[in-house]
Design a protein around this ligand. Structure first.
Ligand code: M6R
Length: 603
């Protein structure tokens, strides 16, 4: 994801922009740049690669001024070169952009026909020229922005500076998040709260098509027609030292080890720990849960895996039909939705475009939407009818870990609440399930003690060319998640399968020494998983088995990760932890950029 920071005030903007970009580094990027205005001129500085190269350039040729915009870019249109790095500019207009302009080719052709010469391959570069066109026609900068924005299709968050306007910074969004930070004699813009908290905690979350006009001493918001709009100011609780990963080597590892505590936090808000019941009474009323006849779950990536686990819980506990979809498929398939159904959207960021589109599709069809979201005030959180917030805190590593387990917690509790609303949960059973959930932080600590053993295992597996992950029941999505984590950060090809599917094709992949990671909790599917494991072993696969210690060790030639004993209800939440650690250690041994894996495209 790209990152935006902008400031207008009385201090030198450049160090604020650089510090802000550092705090946005976790979003991943492959080039960066700043534009700073001073005495009617705007100077830009851009560099390919990490921020240190931008910093070096700025040391060689300092740019000073009291208004500025900065950007970290993840290449989408055009490779990560200096020419494609933001800010992009026309003669008078300087722009940083997150998102994708879908009609940029058409706009580019129109502008070229009028004599515009483009310097980059980006979709962004049409924006300053569209604004410039309006300036030439006589519009003032604010009107010019409003008119130009009206021509754009797609998603964007923009920070815009003008030559000759030292006390003006314009911010606009549609589809991509953008926040204003309100200070004393200075104001800010940013794509999330992290770069703003060192300066201010007073924030305004822009809505789609809000145009914010920032000056040193004022902020005015209008809609695209120029009518003033009011947005509520929020106080941000984001920790100022969240970009600190010490004593861990990577954010991902820090976030893996944070899981017992953030799971505990998430549980606190959802369960009554004394009488051991689910505390979701207002959600039950708000969503009329007792009337719900079907559930649709829509999400992407790891969040989709969380939805797949939830299907097992919802079907067995609440006995309700559940379908789980990838958001990018759901939104274009336009499925008919049953009346009295509920759509659950799951998203860490709350900004994933396909998931947001799925939510809007369901709302247009008159469905109620529940969001399981980590980032407060995100677009999906705002547009959902009800939200269960996961208390994972900011997830800095690109690979999702603590967001996933807290999503599972929210979904497990929601499944209990729905079962209860449908009169399918005996009080004693509720107490038992809630007790199991409450024991999770301690059980997770026990699983994380396996870290050293998993590192040893990773050393012996790091050169494998491919991996298979097998699971059954609610551990099938965990097999998918284990494979996704490994692919994403170590770049080793990996696939997850429902173990029972192995004989229907994937078994052909098994050859001598291919690592086959098998999830085998002690549940009613255990014997079946054991048979699948034998099939893999017979073909020379190198078995890595996650299971509680077996009394009768029927298979000895394998690596075993000795899991804690647990019920099948909480097994997916515990069995994912060793897979996160395995992916992490293999990636570190391979020397990849664990927190910012390559080719991560913007949302
Ligand atoms: O923010 P979201 O949960 O909507 O993001 C969806 C996916 O992009 C995300 O879960 C992705 O698959 C993970 N970062 C992978 O580790």
């Amino acid at each position: 994801m790209c990152g935006i920071i902008g400031v207008i005030g009385e201090r030198n903007a450049t160090p604020i922009l650089l510090e802000g970009l550092k705090r946005l580094e976790y979003r991943g990027y492959d080039s960066a740049g700043v534009a700073v205005g001073f005495q009617g001129h705007v100077n830009t500085c851009r560099a390919r690669g990490k921020l240190v190269y931008l910093e070096e350039r700025l040391q060689q040729t300092p740019v000073l001024g009291y208004v500025g915009i900065g950007h970290t870019r993840w290449a989408t249109h055009g490779p990560p070169t200096e020419e494609n790095a933001h800010p992009h500019n026309s003669l008078n207009v300087f722009v940083v952009h997150n998102g994708i302009i879908e009609n940029h080719q058409e706009l580019r052709a129109q502008l070229m026909a009028q004599g515009v010469v483009f310097k980059s391959e980006t979709d962004t570069e049409v924006i300053p020229f569209l604004i410039e066109q309006q300036l030439t026609l006589g519009a003032d900068p604010i009107l010019a922005v409003r008119l130009a924005i009206g021509q754009l299709k797609g998603a964007f968050a923009l920070g815009i500076l003008f030559r000759g306007e030292d006390d003006l910074l314009i911010a606009v969004r549609r589809g991509s998040p953008l926040i204003l930070g309100l200070g004393e004699g200075e104001n800010f813009i940013a794509s999330d709260a992290t770069p703003l908290v060192p300066y201010t905690r007073r924030m305004i979350y822009l809505h789609d098509d809000d145009v914010a006009v920032l000056r040193k001493n004022s902020v005015v918001l209008t809609d695209l027609s120029g009518r003033e709009v009011k947005r509520t100011e929020k106080y941000s609780h984001v920790s100022a030292d969240l970009t600190e990963k010490w004593p861990y080597r990577h954010f991902m590892l820090k976030e893996i080890f944070e899981q017992p505590s953030v799971v505990g936090e998430t549980l606190k808000g959802i369960l009554h720990s004394v009488n051991r019941t689910v505390a979701l009474e207002s959600l039950v009323t708000e969503l009329a849960l007792s009337q719900v006849q079907a559930v649709y779950i829509v999400a992407c990536g790891t969040s989709w895996h969380a939805g797949m686990v939830a299907r097992y819980w919802l079907e067995s506990l609440a006995q309700i039909p559940v379908s789980v979809d990838i958001a990018s498929e759901f939104r274009y398939r336009e499925p008919p939705l049953l009346p009295n159904s509920l759509l659950i959207v799951i998203s860490q960021s709350g900004e994933t475009a396909d998931t947001l589109a799925a939510l809007r599709y369901a709302k247009l069809a008159g469905q109620k939407v529940l969001g399981i979201i980590n980032v407060p005030e995100s677009s999906i959180a705002r547009e959902s009818d009800a939200v269960m917030y996961t208390q994972a805190g900011p997830e800095i590593g690109v690979a999702s870990t603590k967001a996933f387990t807290t999503q599972l917690i929210a979904l497990a509790c929601f499944s209990l609440a729905l079962a209860k609303a449908r009169s399918l949960l005996e009080p004693q059973i509720e107490v038992d399930y809630v007790g199991q959930l409450l024991s999770l932080p301690a059980l997770m600590e026990q699983v994380l003690v396996l870290d050293e053993a998993i590192l040893t295992l990773a050393r012996s597996l790091q050169y494998a060319k491919g991996f298979l992950f097998f699971g059954r029941g609610s551990c099938f999505p965990i097999a998918l998640e284990g494979a996704l984590k490994l692919k994403e950060i170590s770049y080793i090809h990996a696939e997850g399968y429902a173990a029972g599917e192995m004989k229907h094709g994937p078994i052909a992949l098994i050859e001598k020494d291919l690592p086959v990671v098998v999830l085998a909790p002690r549940d009613f599917l255990f014997e079946k998983v054991m048979s699948n494991m034998e099939e893999a072993r017979a073909r020379g696969g190198r078995l890595v088995v996650l299971t509680p210690v077996l009394e009768e060790n029927s298979i000895v030639d394998r690596d075993q990760i000795a899991m804690v004993a647990c019920s099948s209800f909480v097994a997916p939440i515990l069995y994912v932890l060793p897979l996160q650690l395995l992916a992490y250690h293999i990636a570190v041994l391979k020397g990849t950029d664990v927190d910012q894996p390559r080719n991560r495209s913007p949302k």
